[in-house]
Design a protein around this ligand. Sequence first.
Ligand SMILES: [Mn+2]
Length: 419
Amino acid sequence: MPNILHAADIHLDSPLRGLEQYQGAPLDALRGGTRRALEQMVDQALERPADLVVIAGDLYDGDGDDYGTALFLNSQMDRLHQANIPVCVIRGNHDAVSQLTRYLHCPPNVHILTADQPQTKFFDEIGVAVHGQSFASRAVTKNLAIAYPKAVPGLFNLGILHTSVQGREGHEDYAPCSVAELVARGYDYWALGHVHKPEDFCEDPLVVMPGNLQGRHVRECGPRGFVWIETALGAKPKLIKSYLDVVRWEIVKVDATGASGLEEVLDRAERALAGTAETAGAALLAARVEIFGLTSAHGKLVSGRERLTAEIRRLAGMVPGYPVWVEKVKLGTREPRRQSFEEGPLGTLSQVVADLRAQPAELATLVSQAIDDMRKKLPHELSEGDFGPQPEDEAWLSAVLDRAQARLEAGLLDAEEVS
Ligand SMILES: [Mn+2]
């Protein structure tokens, strides 16, 4: 029974921006993550062994500084070549024909499908026809799928397509198409790429977005890898997900509700980190720790924020048996409400804040509008990414609201004392 390996969005040597700003970051492990992931994928392809490898776009992240990325890719493709394993590739928006200039010829087992029109490549030994089209330029906004050929009778038909399907958050709307349009081609399997979050779009026939091979930051968390398809003509192919053990990004939530002080919060953080580390197995766990809940320790946690972060980093380094690194600690705890604030200006303030908190979407819009001008004036590295304002992030918004409330309450109390 032929085995096909389907991967996408390898983004080889994708740069990890701003990493130096994180204390104690395992830079080599993180920077080399996409290479180790590709190496592990090839290991598994050789071991099973694969009869065919298909890669649905964005093998490269873009032009690197030199030819090192292309040479590394070639060395891995050559390992497959030595084992007579063919590789069928399309180019995506990141490695579109017009995008990539630092490009080397691949070993003869690598077949890159054309960009000017869909191409069908036959793998006769395993009875498979692969239909696909590469991106000619970065922004392909037309529907490519509708021009794909009809299925070839008597063969296992597999379509490769780099697409946002009907639009997915955080991904540019490239080569859009509907699942129904894909299904209408009559293929046995659709190997999609582009969206980094894994998703099965259809069961029968299988339409699968495997997600990127290796998560690169905290917005790409959870297990990552590729999928195996076991094909048998006339039978539904079997799908097996395979996860890699390189770097696993996760958000580790620590409920500090009712905690009496720093030590108790640390105990809970230690348990949460250990639990998540176990699920990540041999992979390096890159964790963002988010502490939340109503606790009388809130004030102490806020004032001792740096120590809290350092203590959590220390605990992460001591999780027995598993490598763990804490990327960031986000504090979203709140002070339990005080009864005496129920009346007068403080009561009104408290009510306004509670109303805002109950409507996170409105709060996000309000804050976005308020900081828009400031954001435009900030240098790029301060206005974007993890270090900038994140009005779309609930924990960040909650912390801003806490600080605003504390400042206004302090101001109101001062005013009362003066009058
Ligand atoms: Mn893409």
